[in-house]
Design a protein around this ligand. Structure first.
Ligand SMILES: [Zn+2]
Length: 313
């Protein structure tokens, strides 16, 4: 049977190691054969980063099925961002400070709306649309990977804040920790519990592995340093989530990203830290669950900026 023509969105996800683009239809499906990626990284020049974005966007648009109608472009980018001028300053792409990413993309597609938000907000939209946050009005989506990112849906609507940076859970300072953070803070969640920072802590304690996968294998084998490292990061995650939930009265926190899969026990340690707030039923009720999205989550979320635009004031 011939499939019905659908409204599609060009979804772009810009991160510290790669940029990806794909067409996503109004059912949240990434159209087969439209997904392209290019490396980014801290050593690329500003021009090289810009070329990586235009290259994946152009190749994706060239793959558009004839029957599809492009209704807009959604861009998710690592923060911080500046909504007023569509500019981005990703912490882990230091050559981009105030880079006007939205204008770069708008020049490729002058006739449709281009909407830019933090990648953490996009992932939250995706969880709310078709993942672990479905059916809930108060959701925090989180990514625990090379960094720690997040985003918020409160009262059924996304919360971007006036500058676009609400939801930066990775830079909440966590009590009892003093790990220095590249944002200038001390004891930020990202500085404790990201994959690389957790491995670095373990190495300082004598762990010989190098990657998050090494730590995951050592944890599974019962290595005592790996266990202490994961317990420490899980506790920090839980404390940060407890703080956010105490402030915001969340229903669900959905956590994805490579390091969130280091072991399911990471979630157990996080939940234990939340459960300590015994006098606050409203905070301990929060459900902390793994992401229910595939690796397409960031692109689905970027597309949701347009397809589910009524949630993005
Ligand atoms: Zn920080």
């Amino acid at each position: 049977m011939q499939s019905t023509p659908r409204d599609t969105v060009l979804a772009i996800d810009v991160g510290g190691t790669k940029v990806e683009a794909a067409l996503v239809d109004d059912l949240g499906t990434v159209l087969t054969g439209t997904r392209h990626r290019a490396p980014t990284g801290p050593h690329a020049s500003s021009d090289e980063l810009a070329k990586a974005v235009t290259s994946v966007a152009t190749r994706t648009l060239a793959d558009s099925p004839r029957a599809a109608t492009l209704i807009g472009v959604g861009i998710g980018c690592a923060g911080p961002i500046s909504l007023a001028d569509g500019a981005v300053s990703p912490l882990n792409l230091p050559v981009w400070r105030g880079f006007e990413l939205r204008d770069l993309v708008q020049a490729l597609v002058p006739d449709v709306m281009v909407r830019l938000r933090m990648d953490g907000l996009c992932i939250t939209l995706a969880e709310h649309w078709m993942g672990a946050g479905r059916g809930f009005d108060n959701v925090m989506g989180m990514i625990v990977s090379t960094g720690v990112g997040g985003g918020l849906i409160l009262g059924g609507n996304t919360v971007s804040g006036p500058t676009g940076n609400a939801g930066h859970i990775g830079h909440i300072e966590v009590g009892g920790f003093d790990d220095p953070c590249s944002c200038g803070g001390v004891g930020c969640l990202e500085a404790i519990a990201s994959g690389p920072k957790t491995v670095a802590w373990a190495r300082r304690e004598g762990f010989a592995g190098v990657t998050g996968e090494d730590l995951s294998a050592a944890y599974a084998a019962g290595d005592p340093i790996a266990i202490r490292a994961v317990r420490r990061s899980g506790r920090a995650l839980g404390q940060a989530i407890a703080a956010a939930t105490t402030l915001l009265d969340l229903d669900v926190v959905a956590i994805g990203g490579g390091f969130s899969m280091v072991t399911p026990d990471l979630f157990t340690f996080a939940r234990e830290a939340i459960a300590r707030r015994t006098e606050f039923d409203y905070a301990t009720r929060v459900r902390v669950v793994p992401s229910a999205l595939s690796g397409d989550g960031p692109l689905i979320g970027a597309a949701a900026l347009i397809h589910r635009g009524y949630l993005v004031p």
